[in-house]
Design a protein. Structure first.
Length: 132
């Protein structure tokens, strides 16, 4: 259950509507999802988060699919059900297949397991890794 009232477009302030309009234009959609509607309860957070997302997820050295899959991997590790659903959908739009999702989750699971083992055993980092 959301801890804040979702701000629908019709009830949004001009400031929030401007961000909503940018989200819809940028993503080529006709509505904003609940994540943005929740953030709109605090317009400065809505604007800052949207501007950061646009910058980080914009074309760069990593392609759109890689960025979405990385976002999905971190979301799975953090246990964010909403982000898992959102970024799975986005990654699928970018071409992620079921096989790719399976391998991604296998890597996420393996990384979490080996990270926990390395931390639990307090394994010191090899000098050769520090020289790279």
């Amino acid at each position: 259950m959301t801890t804040v009232k979702l701000i629908e477009y019709a009830q949004a302030s001009a400031e929030v509507r401007a961000v909503y309009d940018d989200i819809m234009a940028t993503r080529k959609v006709d509505s904003v999802n609940n994540f943005w509607k929740a953030l709109a309860s605090h317009p400065p957070t809505l604007r800052r988060t949207w501007e950061s997302i646009k910058q980080v997820m914009a074309p760069g050295a990593l392609d759109a699919l890689t960025k979405e899959m990385l976002y999905l991997a971190v979301s799975a590790t953090n246990g964010c059900e909403y982000c898992i659903a959102s970024h799975t959908a986005s990654a699928r739009k970018q071409g992620m297949t079921d096989a790719m999702l399976g391998e991604l989750m296998a890597v996420v699971g393996m990384a979490n397991e080996t990270n926990s083992l390395a931390d639990g055993f307090q394994v010191e980092v090899d000098d050769t890794f520090r020289k790279i």
